[in-house]
Ligand binder design. Structure first.
Ligand code: ZN
Length: 531
């Protein structure tokens, strides 16, 4: 018997069952480091059962064992995208569990965590979470976790949501863009902090707030009358950028920090940090012992305000994509400190919508734009063509009226690899694993099962060809609406295969394993205290 074999049970007169699958490569990221590796996976549990820091030959395993040496491709843990809006139910024409998770699997993302807003109903009560769970069942190609929402008046729901297994909570300090998910005031934050102070969870904030004295009014300008008005043409990106200055972020973060003492043990987190001006204040707070981290997004690390063309609303998101110098500052923060930086995770904030409400100019619009309105199903009478014409009356390319959100789920690995290696030829994929696997798993309480290739972890394995390139086009954007600022860009790094808990779900050559169907699990086990 081979030295590393797990003995299969004898099965006379039938095909022998080999209960392990073996992955080998001269390069794998294990415990954060590139190494040679042979990874043995149980076909029964879908977990990694043993791991060797060398490439063992197939003869070390029982005859007939599924064994593949993927060298020179790199084996990575599946990415955990801790910030995704899947919008189902209620706005399934924007995105859905089926399309969003296929887009994730295509790009090596094996876990996504769905934000509590943009679906209808929002995930702000236990009852609403159950509606979302029903909507997700049987449609997920990767594992899916859920956040709960913090809105005015739902403090009494928060404990129940913790018990039902939400991975954390999110609240907005500014208009969220959808009516059913209103922003919280400081008094609501106080209530949430008191309610969650002893819970094992993460309380996260969309940290933009309109400072009390300012010329800028952000998206409120849409409803404002003169003299409160934007400073230039609404189709110019600079007008939009000026309307949401860094002070919106720093003011909101100062507000959160001023309340943090109410829940000293609770992990706080700033979603999609954009402004580098917020970094020193967060660093100082952490030095004082406040448990607060931040994430940034693929777009803040790779796109820059200077390059955004007039009317190209594919780039609209909040907080906004800032100048090149800001992008450089975010990279410096990410790279400078291995374990104790302010920004520990990088996520997509995949937040799509139908092309019509992006108000794209004709040259940027996909060929057949949908005329359906958000939240309305396909049979909705009010979405007739006359309604569509009314929408067309809005100015195309208006950064203020366009929906804010960028589509990129499943593109993050090549986006970061392309930009990281452009900045530094020695950039290591280990960094991406730290930001997008290990630390994102930790952010949502999955650090014992996701985010690493280690014994006992789920065998979520990505085969990454870091030298190949591809063009972002409709065939490589698997999310529902093919609108993204990355369109027509060439990215370096191709995911050859994606495995979820020991089962192959996608290969670049053959596509999805359609016969087996979606195998994603809903991650609803309540978070545990980290030992
Ligand atoms: Zn978001």
């Amino acid at each position: 018997m081979a030295p590393h074999a797990t003995t299969p049970p004898p099965m006379p007169h039938s095909t022998p069952i080999h209960p392990i699958t073996v992955f080998a490569s001269s390069r794998a990221v294990v415990a954060g480091r590139l190494t040679e590796a042979t990874i043995v996976v149980s076909n029964v549990t879908g977990k990694i059962t043993s791991l060797f820091h060398s490439v063992l030959p197939p003869t070390d395993f029982p005859e007939g064992t599924s064994y593949t040496d993927y060298s020179p491709n790199i084996l990575l843990p599946g990415l955990v995208d801790a910030h995704v809006h899947l919008n189902e139910p209620g706005r399934t024409e924007w995105e859905g569990f089926w399309t969003g998770t296929r887009a994730a699997a295509f790009g090596g993302v094996t876990t996504v965590v769905d934000m509590p807003l943009n679906a209808i109903p929002p995930t702000t009560t236990v009852e609403n979470l159950k509606i979302k769970i029903e909507a997700a069942k049987g449609k997920c190609w990767v594992d899916v976790g859920f956040y709960g929402g913090v809105v005015p008046g739902n403090a009494s729901e928060l404990q129940g949501l913790v018990k039902e297994g939400v991975r954390g909570f999110k609240g907005f300090l500014i208009d969220s863009g959808v009516d059913e998910f209103p922003a919280v005031k400081p008094s609501d934050i106080e209530l949430a902090l008191k309610e969650l102070k002893d819970s094992v969870t993460t309380l996260m904030f969309h940290a933009e707030m309109i400072p009390p004295i300012t010329d800028s009014v952000g998206d409120d300008v849409q409803r404002a009358h003169p003299p409160v008005a934007p400073s230039g043409p609404l189709t110019h990106y600079s007008t939009f950028l000026d309307s949401r200055p860094p002070s919106f972020e720093t003011y909101a973060i100062a507000e959160i920090l001023s309340l943090a003492h109410l829940a000293p043990e609770l992990q706080l987190h700033i979603v999609h940090l954009s402004a580098i001006e917020a970094i020193p204040m967060l660093r100082e707070a952490r030095a004082k012992g406040i448990k607060i981290t931040a994430e940034t997004c693929f777009h803040y690390l790779t796109l820059a305000a200077e390059n955004i063309q007039t009317g190209d609303t594919r780039h609209k998101c909040c907080p906004p994509i800032r100048e090149q110098s800001n992008q450089d500052g975010l990279w410096n923060e990410l790279l400078q400190d291995l374990n104790d930086g302010v920004i520990q995770t990088v996520v997509s904030d995949h937040s799509p919508c139908t092309p019509d409400i992006k108000l794209l100019p004709a040259h940027l619009a996909p060929k057949k734009p949908s005329t359906r309105k958000p939240g309305h199903d396909k049979d909705c009478n009010s979405c007739s063509s006359s309604e569509g014409e009314e929408e067309l009356a809005e100015e195309k390319g208006d950064f203020f009226s366009a929906w804010g959100g960028i589509s990129s789920v499943g593109l993050g690995l090549p986006i970061l690899w392309t930009e990281g290696t452009r900045r530094d030829a020695n950039f290591s994929v280990e960094e991406i694993v730290r930001w997008c696997c290990k630390n994102t798993a930790k952010q949502v309480g999955l650090e014992h099962s996701k985010g690493d290739l280690g014994v006992g972890f789920d065998a979520d394995i990505v085969v990454f060809d870091e030298t190949a390139e591809f063009c972002v086009e409709p065939s490589t954007m698997l999310f529902r609406n093919k609108v993204s600022p990355y369109q027509d860009k060439t990215l370096k790094g191709v995911v050859r295969e994606t495995w979820l808990r020991g089962e192959r779900v996608f290969t670049r050559e053959e596509g999805f394993v359609e016969k087996a169907g979606p195998k994603g699990k809903l991650l609803l086990e309540p978070r545990k205290v980290v030992q």
